[in-house]
Structure formats: structure tokens, C-alpha cells
Design a protein around this ligand. Structure first.
Ligand code: HEC
Length: 128
């Protein structure tokens, strides 16, 4: 019986830890009236959210304003290029897949998704 309790306590602690590692509540993604950003939101939700909402596998999360400040500092054209062409890691594998892995997205749509993500990062960081 005491062993069973030990297992429960361990599971409880483990659950607590993994929650803390994520370290953040799921953000409410902002909406914008501007048409290009509204379109970008739809694209972002469909393709980019998977990695960029919470920051899966090294992706900068939308809530991580520090990580984004550096990237935004490179300028929009550089961000468009990375989103279109992807970013490879040292092992030669893509970390950020070209077009977020969605080959059906047009260049214009990828850029709209980037614009939305940058606008969302700025909105989320100012509301905190
Ligand atoms: C499979 C996960 C994944 C998906 C899906 C994904 N990304 Fe990324 N993204 C990453 C990772 C990982 C990085 C960080 C790469 C690095 O710097 O090593 C990144 C970085 C970026 C950056 C910063 C680039 C830079 O130059 O600093 C932009 C912009 C970006 N992603 C846009 C997008 C857009 C737009 C989409 C959807 C169309 C998208 N991502 C979908 C994983 C993803």
C-alpha cells in the first residue's frame, strides 16, 4: 500500500515538473481588424501555431518576447527569407522547415503569417 502512495506522489511531482517546464499558459492569440493580418492569423493558426504557440523543438514561442526581439531586429525581409527557405541546424536537418512544412502556402501567405506572428508577439508582450 505504501508503495502505491509513493508511485502516486512521484506521478504528481512529475506532472508538476512538466507543467513548470512549459512555464506558461496557452496564450490567447490576438485578432487584428487589418485584413492582411487577419489573413495571416488564419495561416498562422493552420501551420505555424504547431511549433510557435508554445515553442516546440526550439521554435521561439509567441510569448517569448526576448527571443523575438533579436529576431525582429534583423528586419522583416530576413524573417521572410527564413520562413520561406527554412533554417537548418548544425546537423544539416531543418529546424524551421521551409514554409513551416506546408508546401501549399504561397510566398505571399508565408509573409502574411510572419507579419501576423510579429504583430502578435508585440501585442502579447505589451499586454503582460
Ligand atoms: C516544425 C516546427 C515549426 C513550424 C511548423 C514553423 N516553425 Fe518557424 N521556426 C521553427 C524553429 C525551430 C525556429 C528557430 C530556428 C533557429 O533559429 O534555429 C523557427 C523560427 C522562425 C522564424 C524566425 C526566423 C529568423 O530568421 O530568426 C520565423 C519568422 C518563423 N519561424 C516563421 C514561421 C512561420 C511563418 C511558420 C508557418 C508558416 C512557421 N514558422 C512554422 C520551427 C517551426
Amino acid at each position: 500500500m505504501s508503495q502505491l502512495w509513493l508511485i502516486f506522489i512521484c506521478l504528481y511531482l512529475l506532472a508538476g515538473c512538466s507543467e513548470q517546464q512549459q512555464g506558461q499558459a496557452i496564450p490567447d492569440m490576438p485578432r487584428f481588424a487589418e485584413q492582411q493580418l487577419a489573413k495571416g492569423r488564419g495561416i498562422w493558426m493552420g501551420t505555424c501555431r504547431n511549433c510557435h504557440l508554445l515553442g516546440v523543438s526550439g521554435a521561439p514561442a509567441v510569448t517569448d518576447s526576448d527571443a523575438w526581439a533579436q529576431r525582429i531586429g534583423k528586419g522583416k525581409p530576413a524573417l521572410y527569407q527564413s520562413a520561406l527557405n527554412g533554417i537548418k541546424g548544425d546537423d544539416g536537418n531543418y529546424r524551421m522547415p521551409p514554409r513551416g512544412g506546408n508546401g501549399r502556402l504561397k510566398d505571399e501567405e508565408v509573409r502574411q503569417a510572419v507579419d501576423y506572428m510579429v504583430a502578435a508577439v508585440e501585442t502579447l508582450s505589451s499586454s503582460n
